[in-house]
Design a protein around this ligand. Structure first.
Ligand code: HEM
Length: 227
């Protein structure tokens, strides 16, 4: 049921097997910011224990889910409100996670767990995204790509490890997508390539340069909550 690294790898088309667009550039920068133990293409030095060594607890994992929900709520509101017309293209992609997370939190509540308030890594990322989305669509789209696509790859690996260790392998809604995920991802890649094709080289570079920040914010949420 859960994706392993190899599954994730197999399900993704080999680079070159599809139209090369700006998404390939965003992906290449993202992959270079992984460590070798996170992904084969990773280049960064590891400064945290590998996922296999994490010792999650339900309490900390709930913090991660709550912070993640705040970030997805924020992204999904931003594209609904569409301060820039290109955001409207990113509505209803099939990758939305907010409702799925609401169901998962309901399940934890039914199990007798207390759902915490969002913590500072989630709150900081959410307010950063709100501000950024109003003034810099290129940088905002970098976060949109990294959050949604990263979750379908490394995010799923984290989910399966945690489920194995503390949830008796229960598969949460957060890790389920309606329809064929690889097709959904391809449709979103096509949309992102369309939205970004009119950008100047300078705008594209500004988007790529934002990748590091996107990793920092997401890693803050992952690290303080799970490992
Ligand atoms: C892809 C692992 C954190 C963004 C991947 C892949 C793996 C992976 C195995 C798939 C590589 C392939 O296609 O063969 C991990 C692990 C992480 C982590 C274990 C943390 C423990 C992050 C973070 C971000 C991120 C923090 C950004 C916020 C991405 C993106 C892709 C990716 C954008 C490309 C997805 C695609 O090809 O469609 N990651 N990752 N990852 N990851 Fe991560």
């Amino acid at each position: 049921v859960y994706a392993t690294t190899t599954d994730v790898h197999k399900k993704r088309q080999a680079p070159g097997a599809r139209d090369r667009g700006f998404v390939d550039e965003m992906r290449a920068v993202a992959m270079s910011l992984h460590t070798r133990d996170q992904a084969k293409e990773g280049e960064k030095e590891a400064n945290a224990p590998p996922v296999a060594k994490w010792e999650p607890s339900v309490e900390r994992y709930l913090r991660f889910l709550v912070d993640s929900k705040l970030v997805y709520d924020t992204l999904e509101t931003i594209v609904q409100e569409a301060a820039y017309p290109c955001y409207a293209e990113l509505r209803n992609t099939g990758l939305e996670r907010s409702e799925k997370l609401a169901k998962d939190l309901e399940w934890f509540r039914d199990q007798g767990h207390t759902i915490p308030e969002p913590s500072s890594p989630g709150v900081s990322y959410s307010s950063y995204l709100e501000e950024l989305s109003k003034k810099d669509p290129q940088a905002f789209i970098c976060h949109f790509y990294n959050i949604y696509f990263g979750h379908t790859a490394g995010g799923r690996m984290i989910g399966s490890k945690v489920a194995e260790k503390i949830l008796d392998n229960k598969e949460l809604e957060f890790y389920k997508w309606d329809g064929d995920l690889s097709q959904v991802l391809q449709n979103v890649r096509d949309k992102l390539n369309r939205v970004t094709c009119s950008w100047s080289r300078e705008e594209k570079d500004r988007c790529l340069e934002e990748t590091r920040k996107s990793f920092q914010y997401s890693e803050d949420i992952i690290m303080t909550s799970i490992s």
